[in-house]
Design a protein around this ligand. Structure first.
Ligand code: M6R
Length: 365
């Protein structure tokens, strides 16, 4: 049942190329995204959207954070992203021109479902991105985009996250095509890069041995930091959650520019830092942040894009992800972080698939 792997989590990490491919399948035709079968909004309604709220919990919330960057960049619609347990109690401004996108692997998360109901009762249109056909969230939303990741058994979410990202890229491109803030050729260029992601995810998985080695080396550490800028910051949050959830190592994710505003005080000799440096627009800034932690003795694992021969001069170890456009990099960048959490957990001897105190689906508040 684990397909030859020791744990469901590892099986699911390795299923990501397929999950990505299946989630793209049938939704792209000749460089154009077509979600008209699942999203019932007319072109006029899409043009009329004034703002989007992504609402979700945990890993699905981290997918929503990426959604803010992607949707704002491609479709130029203002986006807010909220944790469902906050959203439902904070009196958000919702009108009939608000689109609420709830993201939930299980489709049964109590807070996400309550947020959906609240949004609907205030007149918003609700799209659900979920992995379970017929789930509560799928049944109650106006429109449903299924992530075709297949059943996810491990409590730590992996393939659901990367599939959620794919659904978010598709939705953003679909809206961008209708609203037209970018040239058609530019959008179809992005689509062609999107279609290359399954093969590239496969390539990232080949670096497992190197990641495992670094993870084993930090397994006795008590604290760890993940740093990134832009979308790498959102991926850092997900990497940090994964590590905490299964290895019980305390970690924090920081927007690298925030280091000087407090966190740098915690960086001391031998503290492990995972530094994500895949975003070209902020690359130089990121490198100077890495130098700041290196100067204080941190042991740094860098994540860079293939062809970068420079970062290795600054950090202790580098993992390279295949070249893609910055916007799509999170799908690849998260994979080393999933493997990293997995191997840290195994090294510490904990139960990978059933971490303490947690349930796969949080159906109570
Ligand atoms: O089923 P959902 O996507 O609604 O679940 C949301 C979170 O409970 C879930 O992503 C959780 O954070 C994972 N265990 C993280 O790996």
């Amino acid at each position: 049942e684990k397909g030859g792997f020791d744990h469901f989590m590892m099986k699911e990490i390795h299923e990501q190329p397929k999950a990505i491919r299946d989630t793209l399948s049938g939704r792209v035709k000749e460089g154009v995204v077509d979600l008209s079968q699942e999203v019932g909004l007319t072109p006029e309604q899409i043009k009329g959207i004034e703002k989007i709220h992504f609402v979700a919990c945990g890993t699905a919330y981290h997918a929503g954070l990426i959604g803010k960057y992607v949707m704002e960049d491609l479709a130029r619609i203002p986006v807010e992203c909220d944790v469902a347990s906050e959203y439902r109690y904070r009196n958000p401004i919702i009108t009939d021109k608000t689109l609420v996108v709830v993201v939930s692997q299980s489709g049964e998360t109590a807070d996400t479902l309550a947020a959906l109901r609240e949004a609907k009762s205030q007149g918003a249109r609700v799209i659900a991105i979920t992995n379970v056909v017929g789930s509560s969230v799928a049944r109650e939303a106006d429109d449903v985009i299924i992530t075709w990741a297949g059943p996810e058994i491990a409590v730590a979410s992996t393939k659901a996250y990367t599939s959620q990202l794919i659904a978010i890229y598709l939705l953003s491109l679909y809206f961008a095509q209708v609203r037209g803030p970018k040239a058609v050729s530019e959008l179809s260029e992005i689509v062609s890069h999107l279609l290359e992601l399954p093969a590239k995810a496969e390539a990232v998985l080949k670096q497992e041995a190197q990641i495992a080695q670094f993870a084993r080396g930090i397994a006795t550490s008590e604290h760890l930091f993940f740093l990134g800028r832009g979308m790498d910051y959102a991926v850092a949050l997900e990497g940090s959650l994964k590590l905490k959830e299964i290895s019980y190592i305390h970690s924090e994710a920081y927007a690298a520019g925030e280091l000087k505003h407090g966190t740098l005080a915690l960086i001391e000799e031998n503290i492990p830092v995972v530094a994500l440096a895949t975003q070209h627009a902020v690359y130089e800034k990121m490198v100077s942040n890495i130098q700041e932690v290196k100067a204080r003795g941190a042991k740094v694992l860098g994540i860079a894009v293939e062809g970068n021969h420079e970062l290795q001069k600054t950090v202790d170890e580098v993992i390279h992800i295949p070249k893609t456009i910055d916007l799509l990099a999170p799908v690849l960048t998260v994979i080393p972080l999933q493997l990293f959490a997995y191997y840290a957990c195994v090294e510490r001897g904990y139960d990978v698939d059933k971490p303490r105190n947690l349930a796969k689906s949080v159906t109570v508040e």
